[in-house]
Structure formats: structure tokens, C-alpha cells
Design a binder for this molecule. Structure first.
Ligand SMILES: [Zn+2]
Length: 196
């Protein structure tokens, strides 16, 4: 999804006389917003018609926080663990906002704003379908081998998950495999006279 940045980090304007503390992405109302990073939801706020309006705050493993503001609907709760790609919220125009957009900000653990850098809007979009199928497989695989090489008593709990995910993946890829097969044989039949 190609999205323009309507206000970059540090930009001084009438609305942000001391400098903008995040990045504004011009997105239509109700755009699904997915977690750009893994973390734990530390706050879900509604500042009404001021500040960020409906907003969500997530703490990353390194202690820094990120926030999404001016939302219309929030799909996560305080204390919830989120993984990169999980649905967090839908964009809106709540709080001090002149039109639908997403405000994204980052802070240190003490609340000092940090420049999020050149974060593309793609960071808020879900993984493409096929990687969503690979991710649980890779995670189950990782857990399995962590257990395998640890001194802890063996835990085979992950094994059926790996099998299940492989079956899932196969079912997911089946239509593509059939299509590839049909194209291959189609061409073979069509082109056969040429090679006689
Ligand atoms: Zn903003």
C-alpha cells in the first residue's frame, strides 16, 4: 500500500509548535493497522477530542515504546502480547486531528520522543498470506529444537503442531500446485506437435 507521509518527525507547525513527535501517514478512515514490532500493550487511551484521541501504546523488548494515535477502533487490551503483523487497531481521526490519518510515535522508557526513522507504511500492514502460514511453522519448529537441545526433560508437545502446520501449508499451497501442474501439462500437450 502506497501511503504519503503528511507530517514527518520533528516538523514544526501551528499544530506542533515544539516539533512533531512522530510520523503522520495519510490513510483513509478504517484502515487496518498491524503491529510494526513485537511487544506488550501497556496502555489503551482515549483522550477524547484532545491529543492523540483513541491511542494504543506498546512496549518493545528493549523497553522503548511505540504509539498509534487518532484511531477509530482498538482491537487489543492492556497486557496483551502482540507480534509483528498482529492487528492492533483501525485508523480514524479522533483527538486533535484535522483529517483521517495515523500518528505513529516512539518513546524511550522514560517518555522522551525518539525519531522512528524512515518507517514505511508497509510496517503496519499484515504479512503476505503465505508468510502467515510459514510463521507458526517456523515458531513451532524453533520451540521444538529449543526443547530438543536443552537439558530439560524432552517435550514433544510441539511435534504435532509442526505436523499440523505442514499439513496446513500443503492444503494452502494445493491449489497453486494443481494450477502449476495444469499449466505444465497444458503446455506439454499444446507444444507436443512441435516436437514430433
Ligand atoms: Zn502526528
Amino acid at each position: 500500500m502506497k501511503v504519503t507521509i503528511s507530517a514527518g518527525y520533528g516538523v514544526v507547525s501551528k499544530i506542533h509548535p515544539t516539533g512533531h513527535t512522530g510520523i503522520d501517514y495519510a490513510v483513509p478512515l478504517g484502515t487496518p493497522l498491524h503491529a510494526p514490532y513485537d511487544g506488550i500493550v501497556t496502555a489503551v487511551r482515549d483522550y477524547g477530542s484532545s491529543s492523540l484521541g483513541k491511542s494504543v501504546f506498546v512496549q518493545k523488548a528493549d523497553g522503548t515504546l511505540y504509539t498509534l494515535g487518532h484511531l477509530s477502533d482498538i482491537k487489543v487490551k492492556i497486557g496483551q502480547k502482540v507480534a509483528h503483523g498482529d492487528l492492533l487497531a483501525f485508523s480514524g481521526s479522533t483527538g486533535r486531528s484535522t483529517g483521517p490519518h495515523l500518528h505513529y510515535g516512539e518513546f524511550t522508557s522514560t517518555g522522551q520522543p525518539i525519531d522512528p526513522g524512515d518507517l514505511p507504511f508497509d510496517a503496519f500492514t499484515p504479512y503476505p498470506g503465505w508468510t502467515q502460514h510459514f510463521r507458526p511453522l517456523l515458531e513451532a519448529n524453533e520451540r521444538f529444537f529449543q526443547n530438543w537441545f536443552s537439558d530439560q526433560p524432552q517435550n514433544y508437545e510441539a511435534f504435532p503442531i509442526i505436523v499440523e502446520k505442514f499439513v496446513d501449508l500443503f492444503i494452502f499451497l494445493l491449489p497453486e500446485l494443481i494450477a502449476i501442474g495444469m499449466i505444465y501439462y497444458g503446455f506439454k500437450i499444446m507444444l507436443a506437435p512441435l516436437f514430433k
